[in-house]
Design a protein around this ligand. Structure first.
Ligand SMILES: N[C@@H](CCC(=O)N[C@@H](CS)C(=O)NCC(=O)O)C(=O)O
Length: 211
């Protein structure tokens, strides 16, 4: 096997890795699956990643990587010309690391853990209230990024993979319109990414059916 195989699902975090792969010019195949639906595809995903999450990446050597915040620095190392991350000694490096980890450890779980409150066996009404509360908290978390967002990219003059997270996650609950109201600077960054010919097609495909 000489290609990466990206296991993903439309509109999910796998889209972040897909965009990074496109930027890197990496050889990859995308296997989109209904990742939550019981069946052979989910069984295989669970064998590769016990959390059953996407993105899950099969490397050209057959090893498996999960966790977008591990995959992105890996791609940044292997495809240095893609500038997915500032160089180790670049002034923006520390901000890149800080906000990459902030997104995946603070913001992303608010979606993962509340997409389907039924997974926690909560009574329905509590599950609904939990979802609303966590959705509000997510916007608070995005607000802290909005405060420090530079332009035209999050880190300033230079693109980084942080912009790809913003371009994908701005579509998630509570939706792009609400996100735009709360985070106009981040929304502008997302628009810049969406307008880039490298990313345009993949973003359209991932979010074709999204409001
Ligand atoms: N920490 C992971 C989070 C991945 C994640 O939560 N993906 C969602 C889809 S966007 C998922 O697979 N959720 C299913 C689940 O957690 O059961 C990453 O950054 O890659």
């Amino acid at each position: 096997m000489s290609k990466y195989v990206l296991i993903g699902s439309e509109g999910c975090g796998s889209a972040i890795v897909e965009l990074a792969m496109l930027k890197a010019g990496a050889q990859f195949e995308l296997h989109e699956i209904p990742y939550l639906q019981p069946g052979a595809e989910r069984d295989r995903l669970l064998e590769l990643n016990p959390l059953g999450q996407v993105p899950t990446l099969i490397m050209p050597d057959g090893n498996v990587m999960t966790e977008s915040a591990a995959i992105i620095p890996h791609l940044a190392d292997v495809f240095a010309d893609a500038q997915l991350a500032p160089a180790p000694n670049a002034p923006q490096r520390t901000a890149f690391l800080r906000w990459l980890l902030y997104i995946v450890s603070e913001i992303y779980p608010t979606t993962t853990f509340s997409d389907d409150p039924a997974r926690w066996q909560l009574p329905e009404a509590i599950g609904k209230a939990y979802k609303v509360t966590v959705d509000e908290y997510r916007m608070t978390l995005w607000g802290h990024m909005e405060e420090v967002a530079d332009a035209p990219y999050f880190l300033g003059e230079n693109f980084s993979a942080i912009d790809l997270y913003v371009a994908v996650m701005c579509h998630w609950r509570p939706g792009k319109k609400a996100f735009a109201r709360h985070c106009p600077k981040l929304t502008q960054i997302a628009e810049t990414i969406a307008g880039d010919p490298i990313f345009r097609g993949a973003l359209k495909r991932n979010f074709a059916s999204w409001p």
